[in-house]
Design a protein around this ligand. Structure first.
Ligand SMILES: NC(=O)c1ccc[n+]([C@@H]2O[C@H](COP(=O)([O-])OP(=O)(O)OC[C@H]3O[C@@H](n4cnc5c(N)ncnc54)[C@H](OP(=O)(O)O)[C@@H]3O)[C@@H](O)[C@H]2O)c1
Length: 290
């Protein structure tokens, strides 16, 4: 999915680690690096804690050291899963105390700390927390949201005598489009690079989220409406607190306040979730129609 973010930003803003290392340059002319490499699957993090820590924390450390040595601004993409998401707590401001509900969130929080610590004297590290993402993808499985379109199609095979597909109708989610995240990354990079020494007075942890709120079941309902597919008697709305087959604890509501980004003068408007998917169907831009 992060490729989508790259697509909508000007290539001049992009450096890859390999480019950094190939150039072996100790300075740059005012560029930034956006880091999204991570194991972002809570279940896979639990299954391989050491691997998750290596990628989400140690690799981040390597990256921020390489960027800092070349005076490059690093924007580290983090997650709303750094917050516990207990009912009644959201929305979370950027300075709220994090307390991740699972190992994925903990490794991302540790990645944030590595970035902030390594850049505390230069302010060349910025954390940008985002919630669940959707957007153009080569395959629906690249996004937990896009993947639900596949579920709605598969549900069409469920017959009256079959068990319904269980779908979470408990956790509140705020699906945010990768094009919007890409635009915000570019605007953040511009602000921080242009600020020069004044950067040290700017916030180091930023948050950006859509205000569109859905449960996974409601997302499926929207997809069913857009594709004119029936889901009644095929999907079971589960209001009991997540999928009982999933062992990793997930939060109820981790809605992120976008105040820090807004206060920087950056536009926090987002695309309307359903309107984007209607457009997607109209232009047949994704493999979401049969
Ligand atoms: N997707 C979401 O809903 C969501 C929500 C909140 C925050 N985030 C954060 O946003 C960032 C990007 O997420 P995403 O959805 O774009 O994740 P993704 O689709 O799984 O992509 C992760 C990226 O990490 C790279 N990567 C994975 N393992 C690697 C390894 N061992 N060495 C080098 N690169 C490796 C992948 O490279 P290859 O393509 O070459 O495999 C890919 O470019 C992550 O930091 C995630 O924590 C995502």
């Amino acid at each position: 999915m992060i490729a989508d973010v790259a697509e909508v930003t000007d290539p001049k803003w992009w450096y890859t680690v390999s480019t950094l290392e190939r150039n072996n340059s100790d300075s740059n002319n005012g560029t930034d690096l956006i880091s999204g490499a991570a194991n972002r699957f809570p279940d896979k993090c639990d299954a391989d804690p050491e691997g998750a820590r290596k990628l989400n924390v140690e690799a981040t450390d390597h990256l921020v050291q390489a960027a800092s040595a070349r005076s490059i601004l690093l924007i580290y993409i983090s997650t709303d899963y750094v917050f516990p998401g207990a009912p009644g707590e959201a929305p979370y401001e950027a300075d709220a105390s994090p307390s991740p509900p699972n190992l994925y969130g903990q490794t991302k929080l540790d990645g944030e700390r590595v970035v902030l610590d390594a850049t505390k004297h230069t302010a060349l590290g910025v954390v940008l927390r985002v919630p669940v993402l959707y957007g153009k993808a080569e395959e629906p499985k690249e996004s937990a949201v896009n993947a639900l379109m596949d579920v709605v199609w598969k549900a069409q095979d469920v017959q009256a005598e079959d068990a319904k597909i269980n779908m979470d109708h408990w956790a509140q989610r705020y699906p945010t489009n990768t094009e919007d995240v890409g635009r915000v990354c570019k605007d953040v990079a511009t602000k921080y690079l242009e600020a020069g020494d004044a950067r040290s007075t700017m916030p180091r942890i930023l948050q950006f989220s859509s205000e569109d709120r859905y449960t996974k079941y409601e997302i499926c309902e929207s997809f069913a409406e857009i594709m004119c597919l029936p889901i009644q008697d095929k999907l079971e709305a589960n209001k009991t607190g997540g999928d009982p087959k999933v062992s990793v604890r997930r939060p109820y509501d981790t809605h992120l306040s976008s105040k820090t980004v807004k206060d920087l003068g950056i536009n926090v408007q987002t695309q309307d979730f359903k309107a984007w998917w209607y457009e997607c169907k109209y232009h047949k831009c994704c493999r979401y129609t049969e």
